[in-house]
Design a protein around this ligand. Structure first.
Ligand SMILES: Nc1ncnc2c1ncn2[C@@H]1O[C@H](COP(=O)(O)OP(=O)(O)OP(=O)(O)O)[C@@H](O)[C@H]1O
Length: 236
């Protein structure tokens, strides 16, 4: 167990369906993630990675177990409290950017600012994400990598404690993927947010402090990595 965990998961279970077609997707997961860690979650297709992320993100309800985030068991929350948890504590980054096409890059980031009590300054974010020159453009006028930078900005502007990333480089080419990973590394250092990254890309483990691996709904690997390699030096 990690001392002073930021995210502590105990006995987490989840199934879908009912009767004969009931599938047990998560079969009792225990995991502890410290504040500021970059944690990567691997596993074959169908092993339960997205389900895990959705439960931690409060997007789905658990069958059993607890998910304590920053001292609060989110499995006991409902309605407004759950909305408040997602607003206050979480940023989501997905494979597809889901930007609003009619808003500029700057506006796509700004639109989430009012959700937070203590948002980050947008100009500062645009600069640290390398988007200052693109700030007045619309999503279809910038590259895929720049759109992903913008979606990272949208997740970050709320100043979340926890960034949940589902295949953040899945739609990007090799060079752009490395740039985005390097950016996430800088973001983690600069803003101190804890990251959980779901990916199929095994190379990402080298830039992570903590490696989790699911197989068929069971956690089969839970290792700390003491020799983190900067994203730009990783080859795959
Ligand atoms: N809403 C749902 N209803 C029924 N079954 C579901 C639902 N969501 C996920 N599943 C099933 O749960 C299992 C785990 O799915 P999940 O998406 O968590 O896996 P994953 O490891 O993220 O896979 P991938 O790498 O392909 O995205 C799969 O068998 C999937 O079909």
């Amino acid at each position: 167990m990690t001392a002073n965990p930021y995210l502590e998961i105990s006995g987490l279970t989840k199934s879908y369906g009912s009767g004969d077609i009931r599938t047990q997707v998560l079969k009792g997961i225990d995991a502890s993630i410290s504040k500021g860690e970059v944690c990567v979650l691997f596993g074959p297709s169908g092993s339960g990675k997205s389900t895990f992320l959705n439960l931690v993100g409060g997007l789905e309800t658990v069958d059993g177990g607890s998910i304590v985030v920053n001292g609060q068991d989110i499995t006991t929350l409902s309605g407004r409290d759950l909305v408040e948890y997602r607003r206050r504590e979480l940023g989501f980054i997905f494979q597809f950017y889901n930007l609003v096409p009619d808003l500029t890059i700057r506006e796509n980031i700004e639109v989430c600012r009012h959700l937070a009590k203590d948002p980050l300054p947008v100009d500062d974010l645009l600069n640290s994400l390398g988007l200052w020159e693109q700030r007045k453009k619309f999503p279809n006028q910038v590259s895929g990598g720049q759109q992903q930078r913008c979606s990272i900005g949208r997740a970050l502007v709320k100043n979340p404690g926890l960034l949940l990333c589902d295949e953040p480089t899945g739609a990007l080419d090799y060079k752009t993927s490395k740039e985005i990973l390097a950016l996430m590394e800088r973001v983690n250092k600069r803003y101190g947010c804890t990251m959980v990254i779901v990916t199929h890309n095994d190379a990402i483990k080298h830039m992570s402090n903590h490696i989790l691996r699911l197989r068929d709904g069971v956690l089969v690997e839970d290792e700390m990595n003491d020799s983190v390699i900067p994203a730009f030096e990783i080859e795959w």
